[in-house]
Design a protein around this ligand. Structure first.
Ligand code: CS2
Length: 463
């Protein structure tokens, strides 16, 4: 007999009716399910907080989840073994292209929170940190919004469209909670959303500014892409077929800062922390965890490694990470940051060989990520009269990788390819300009980055 599928199981595990939709999410992917949906499932008042989760570019994840009534298994993968749990906070899984449904839900007075995991690149920030109104998809969405002749296709275009519906319905304020790995992510989201709205309808932009609270958060849970073997493991252990399980490490962290004018779930019951000042926590996570990830992604692949754990076992990569952490730490200020413990914990998390976290996945969208992970540390080091060599090495590894990789996914891939054709110092300067114009104008930085080229490849490597 084939194993029972999750829809059959759903009747047994949902104690009563589904929770009402009070949260709308954009970016239905593995991380959303291992993080925000997990926290919502574990909130003390979870019965009152259902999530309607929308996909980004493709409908697939929504279709698979909808077939299972929104239910899925979280496989918590520790060094010592797996544990399995069914999460039921997603009550509606929707194709992101269904902008009508998005607008209806955002316009509903019961909706109190909109969470976002739309990727760092989706905020369409230029190297100066403001919305790039010339980006082709931003231009296309603005044309669609202005003519009213079709639905926007970018996550922010869809969000602005849906907020216009909330304004028209006079449904009142709510909170937008940015869960992407950007510093001051609430402020970034506000600038991007208001910037887009302004280019369409100044009245809407003013309404958003007054009524929408943009909450900043630091989110953390390593969640590699689910594989066929993970589906088989769930089936073998749990006795049912789940076509959308998600695998994550046991560690999780969520720090939030900002107002929730229409309420929120009791995420603190699940371990979320609410703070007044988020920047030190954000930078600790972005620089130490994500910074090391990006460094390993480029250095590790140049050295022939595939996963984070493999790269970290290479002394040259480990040394580069430790040095970068040294520079980052010198610029992290704040009480209770417990940096030595945090670093030790990170090494243990990265060394969890049961989590196959692929470097190729982390390497994507490097131009956007490095602006958050390497550039601030390098600028801070330079401002204090130091070289910033370890942060410069991350940038140099990214450049080497961009020239060598068979596949290079990046919103600026065309500009990166054009810069790579220049060669020599011009190439380094042009690539740096894509990350930060000030760095590109600093001859000492350009020289340093150029000199570091080749560190992770060829015989010139010094250990
Ligand atoms: C990673 C993150 O892909 C990446 O860029 O650095 O997804 C990282 O795994 C998460 O932020 C961990 O919380």
């Amino acid at each position: 007999m084939p194993p029972a599928r999750l829809p059959q199981l759903s009747r047994a595990i949902r104690p009563s009716a589904k929770a009402p939709v009070r949260i709308v999410h954009l970016g239905l992917g593995a991380f959303h399910r291992s993080h925000q949906a997990w926290y919502t499932h574990h909130a003390g008042d979870a019965a009152g907080w259902g999530i309607a989760s929308f996909t980004g570019r493709r409908p697939d994840a929504a279709l698979a989840l909808a077939e299972q009534d929104g239910l899925y298994t979280v496989v918590e993968r520790a060094d010592g073994g797996d544990s399995f749990e069914i999460v039921s906070s997603i009550v509606e899984a929707v194709d992101g292209a269904d902008v009508g449904r998005l607008a209806a839900l955002v316009a509903a007075p019961a909706t109190a929170v909109i969470t976002l995991t739309i990727t760092e690149a989706a905020y369409r920030l230029g190297a100066d940190g403001s919305l790039d109104r010339a980006a082709p998809d931003v231009v296309a969405d603005l044309a669609l919004l202005a003519s009213g002749s079709g639905a926007p296709t970018t996550p922010l275009g869809r969000l602005v469209f849906a907020l216009a519906a909330r304004r028209a319905a006079a449904a009142g304020p709510l909170a937008v909670v940015c869960c992407d790995n950007l510093s001051s992510n609430g402020t970034v989201a506000r600038h991007a959303v208001v910037g887009l709205a302004e280019a369409w309808d100044a009245g809407l932009a003013a309404w958003i500014d007054e009524n929408i609270s943009f909450v900043s958060t630091s989110v953390d849970r390593i969640t590699p892409r689910t594989t066929g073997a993970d589906l088989a493991a769930v089936e073998a252990e749990c006795g049912y077929r789940d076509n959308s399980p998600v695998v994550a490490e046991p560690f999780r962290n969520w720090v939030l800062s900002g107002a929730f004018p229409a309420g929120r779930p009791r995420w603190e019951d699940a371990g979320a922390v609410f703070v007044d000042e988020i920047e030190p926590y954000e930078n600790r996570k972005l620089w130490l965890l994500n910074g090391a990830h990006s460094l390993l992604a480029y250095a590790g692949q140049l050295r022939g490694h595939t996963t984070v754990a493999e790269a970290l076992a290479d002394p040259l990569c480990l040394q580069a990470v430790e040095r970068f952490w040294g520079e980052a730490e010198a610029n992290l200020h704040g009480a209770d940051l417990r940096i030595p413990e945090y670093r030790a914990e990170l090494l243990a998390r990265f060394r969890n060989t049961r989590i196959a976290h692929h470097l190729a996945q982390i390497a994507m969208d490097g131009s956007t990520k490095l602006r958050m992970r390497a550039v601030p540390v390098l600028l801070a080091e330079r401002a204090q009269g130091r070289s910033g060599e370890a942060a410069a090495l991350m940038i140099s590894a990214w450049m080497d990788f961009s020239a060598a990789a068979a596949e290079f996914h990046d919103p600026l891939a065309t500009d990166v390819a054009a810069a790579n054709r220049l060669g020599g110092t011009d190439r380094v300067r042009a690539l740096l300009a894509l990350l930060n114009p000030d760095l590109a104008a600093d001859d000492a930085v350009v020289r340093l980055v150029e000199d570091l080229s080749g560190t992770f490849s060829g015989p010139a490597v010094q250990e």
